[in-house]
Design a protein around this ligand. Sequence first.
Ligand SMILES: [Zn+2]
Ligand SMILES: [Zn+2]
Length: 443
Amino acid sequence: MTGKVHIADTPVTRYNWHKHVNWLNTFFILGIPLYGCIQAFWVPLRLNTAIWAILYYFFTGLGITAGYHRLWAHSSYSATLPLRIWLAAAGGGSAQGSIRWWARDHRAHHRYTDTDKDPYSVRKGLLYSHFGWMVMKQNPKRIGRTDISDLNEDPVVVWQHRNYIKVVFTMGLVFPMLVAGLGWGDWWGGFIYAGILRIFFVQQATFCVNSLAHWLGDQPFDDRNSPRDHVFTALATLGEGYHNFHHEFPSDYRNAIEWHQYDPTKWSIWVWKQLGLAYSLKQFRANEIEKGRIQQLQKKVDQKRSQLDWGISLDQLPIMEWDDYEDQAKSGGRALVVIAGIVHDVTDFVKDHPGGKAMISSGIGKDATAMFNGGIYYHSNAAHNLLSTMRIGVIRGGSEVEIWRHNQVEGNKYIRNESGQHITRAGEQVTKTPTPIPTADTA
Ligand SMILES: [Zn+2]
Ligand SMILES: [Zn+2]
């Protein structure tokens, strides 16, 4: 089948760039705010109007965060009819499209995060994820498919979608102007500040969830995708800034799980529950949340561990005969010491040995297992770690190594990390023997 190529799938050139621009969206998200900014030079901002604009900002912002996002896109709780109508009206007042359209794109964003099917993938650039995806035309076929059958069954959603332009006009501009006009006679101020500029700020805040929250902050739960947690994004978005948590646990009605984190959307939903307006608040068990956090911590620990020198892995060390070891220690020019069946080259360390040169030299060419493990001095955990970096071989039939290997495998202690590296816990080094053993005739 040869269909017409969508403009979004052709390169932007000097001659066709205007065809790439979605002029209607550009007018709504850039043109109207620009008009509001210019008007603001002539319309003085009165205190009453400023307070009203800020209150209405929170009101319409909650329509998006608690309504569009957590109720309709994620079904993280259920709401009674009056609350649904209220949220649909308030969300409409922030001029971000209908619930149906918004939630469909948002579900695609969660399902296909960071891929080409993500409608606002941050991989295409910070500005693109902020509003480039609306200012530029997109091929609708590119966006991942999602199921919105539940939304089609909600009469509030369907009604709002059909009457979207009326809702935006009434709740976005007329209502805030009416309150300021009838309340204290500031019709123009209500229109410019509580209407146009307030819409601009709510829109920019919401866009930050798609851009900033995928770019700035920590990733305590999973770092394989872009979502991040940051208090700054939370402050700008009524608590939607704990986005790493949110992408891991999207159907949780909370974004912030700590009491001290800023999530007024969560607090509102909780209050509505106390008032009987919201119910069935969904929440992941702390057990599940902690598992994710621990796995991510583990990953970080593994990364740090892999940057350290733990000595050559035992199974990669060459096998040495005892007689060869003795010969090399005597005439090979190197200071070799066997501890627990492992040959260590301590040549460079002899002069630095905290216990003195004489003490370490007395073990050269011998089996120093017992001396090292308390026979003469009971060496510290750090000493065992340091010793492991000096290993160069394993004595054939080195019984201690075999016993150790056996114990580690049997006791399930022989742990490897994701990349197959051994994990050596404190006190479990191969050179560490549980009780001081007598010097054995290793042969
Ligand atoms: Zn996201
Ligand atoms: Zn979401």
